[in-house]
Design a protein around this ligand. Sequence first.
Ligand code: SAM
Ligand code: SF4
Ligand code: SF4
Length: 345
Amino acid sequence: MSVTPDPSQLDQLGRPLRSLRVSVTDRCNLRCSYCMPEEEYTWLPRERILDYEELTSLVRAFCATGVDRVRLTGGEPLLRRGLDQFVAQLTALEGLREVALTTNGIGLSEQAQPLVAAGLTRATVSLDTLRADRFTALTRRDALDRCLAGIEAARAAGLPLKLNMVVMRGTNDDELVEMLRYAGEIGAELRFIEYMDVGGATQWDAKTVVSREDILTRLSEASGAIEAEAAGAAPAQRFTLAASGQRFGIIASTTAPFCARCDRARLTADGRLFTCLYGREGLDLRGPLRAGEDGQALARRIQRAWGVRADRGAEERLALAERAALASQDELRRDPHLEMHTRGG
Ligand code: SAM
Ligand code: SF4
Ligand code: SF4
């Protein structure tokens, strides 16, 4: 007898599945030092990359399990041709109330308008510095102007924006106030992100992490009192500068993880489901999908994986006595699924 998927199903720690990050490609046009620092990478084989129809079928199955928010990510999602067509397919799905995008912004000059027309709800642009020489050093590409032009195009297209800034000691931690000022000028909420020891971050070192406490101390020294909001379901805890009323967020995954509230799954471009950013084993959904399994059966498969989930990767990392990069270069070369740029951040 077939069982209808139950959207109220919880994992082993009582958490529902509500949000899905879909990595549409593992390729990227930048080489950020905290994500893709190496010279060479093992890429997912092209024939395994799911087309938009296949990805939409999987997202539909996720919706049957209770997912109502999707975020497109990568690699760099705007490198994938016709992303607006995929967004249009997703926004037509029943039960999905939000289709968002995380991007480095470079492709937004050309794509912001078609994406908005297709129904994209909002975008987060990753921007770690406003200084051209520093941008080039950090990403190994001379592309700050294109990123800023992309942000302008997104604003002109009416796309609600957030900015993500990974804060690294000795690299860009002297730009906190400057970045907040810029975010205020463009009407975007800035989220400071602690440097995480995820797969791919082979240069990670505890000494380069700027903690939430450090960030708050520096900002309050420069800008006065800061008020904290109660922590909600979102990964970012929100704060307000008392003097100006400007809001910002901090994602403290490294020093104050939020696993207890994590309702998020990740799908790679070749159809592998990860129930944790730090998970080592994924569940292959491409095989069953390409073998013709129907949506209900796929949804039950997803739900079974969610039902046994007990992941709390970032909390386990925090409890380690010695902390270093999650995976070695050799491991990453053997299994690109361990990479942040494959599973989408
Ligand atoms: N290329 C797109 C971008 O950069 O926005 C989407 C993919 S990227 C993997 C998604 C997010 O992960 C970005 O905001 C990026 O800053 C963040 N990220 C990557 N590596 C990280 C690390 N080691 N620590 C913290 N955040 C990281
Ligand atoms: Fe940078 Fe995003 Fe590309 Fe990683 S995937 S190298 S964070 S732009
Ligand atoms: Fe969720 Fe895993 Fe991140 Fe914790 S480490 S918040 S369980 S994805």
